[in-house]
Design a protein around this ligand. Structure first.
Ligand SMILES: [Zn+2]
Ligand SMILES: [Zn+2]
Length: 334
């Protein structure tokens, strides 16, 4: 009911710099009301960075935001996705169909195609991870029932990239070339793009104005370690202005990188402190001791993934030990 009557956010488009436009696109997610796509002039059209989610009305949202900038969908000359999450890639199929543009994206997008191609198998896998982490049966049943009601992936169709966005690939625009930097962690397919003359960074979800770490758990050996190394990668660029995947642009890029490092360090040391308590604990038991007990079902799901990613990082670093069983428990090493 609350959802049905919730006032829908409006799409907006605005000029950030000559030839650079922010397209602010609504998202159907509580707590994350919108995301950004970026349009950068290129020849007789523009390069579109990210797509917004595929949902009822989402194409009209994108067209409205473009129109506010004097742009049209048919003039997309190249579509670049910072990563394969639904809010950055969801409308890719529709956009390339309407515009005839190529799609460029990093090849490690199995974290998306796995779930989008077979939602049932992806749900079974998520439930297995949750059960293994000590989540009780009752919330698991509720979660499964909720997913069965709402099976939308937010992705119009899986389209394979025409060109792999690997480190060093150049995207040409009227503003100058943008260089690709691989920045896995938030998602294995994540890249950032840097324009050196203007020192602009299109950061996707790797670096946001609000520090809000999320790790796509289950598709790489150590997402937290990758994320921290990816912070080093973009720090070396010395960007002047960050164009993030959500929220406003910001200039204090270095401070945001530091804040991310500090938060990850804090969660790691809090997790270690909990593990040092003696008795082996499940991830589900560790989560509220690190993050507090006041968790909504939505944040609990996100924080369980965060907790598991932290535990995995500590395990890789030799500081935590996993005790096999149903459920799995964790303790400090040594
Ligand atoms: Zn994302
Ligand atoms: Zn996002």
């Amino acid at each position: 009911m609350a959802d049905a009557i919730r006032k829908r956010e409006l799409a907006r488009g605005e000029r950030l710099l000559p030839g650079v436009f922010r397209l602010r696109l609504p998202l159907p997610w509580p707590g994350v009301p919108h995301g950004n796509a970026w349009a950068v002039a290129s020849g007789d059209g523009f390069v579109l960075f990210d797509t917004g989610i595929h949902a009822p009305g989402s194409l009209a949202d994108l067209e409205r935001a473009l129109e506010m900038c004097g742009l049209a969908l048919r003039d997309v000359r190249l579509l670049v996705c910072t990563h394969a999450h639904s809010d950055h890639y969801g409308q890719a199929a529709t956009i390339i169909e309407r515009s005839g543009a190529e799609l460029w994206m990093h090849p490690n997008y199995e974290h998306m195609s796995h779930g989008a191609a077979d939602p049932d198998a992806a749900l079974v896998r998520r439930l297995e991870i949750a059960r293994q982490s000590g989540v009780p049966e009752e919330p698991l049943r509720r979660y499964a029932a909720e997913r069965a009601r709402n099976r939308e992936s937010g992705i119009a169709a899986i389209v394979e990239p025409d060109h792999p966005l690997l480190a060093g690939v150049i995207v040409e625009t009227d503003l100058g070339p943008w260089t690709v930097y691989e920045t896995p962690g938030h998602a294995p397919s994540h890249v950032c793009l840097f324009q050196p003359e203007h020192r602009l960074l299109i950061s996707g979800d790797h670096l946001l104005g609000r520090v809000f770490p999320f790790f796509d758990y289950g598709y790489s050996p150590d997402p937290v370690g990758e994320f921290v190394r990816s912070l080093d990668v973009i720090e070396a660029l010395d960007a002047r202005l960050c164009l993030p995947g959500h929220g406003r642009t910001f200039t204090d890029v270095h401070a945001h990188i530091e804040a991310n490092r500090a938060l990850v360090g804090e969660h790691l040391s809090d997790t270690l402190a909990v593990l040092g308590g003696g008795e082996p604990l499940t991830a589900f038991e560790i989560m509220p001791r690190v993050h507090g007990a006041n968790l909504s079902p939505m944040t609990a799901q996100w924080l369980l993934t965060e907790t598991l990613s932290m535990l995995l990082h500590l395990e890789v670093a030799g500081r935590a030990v996993r005790i096999a069983g149903e459920p799995e428990r964790w303790t400090a090493a040594g």
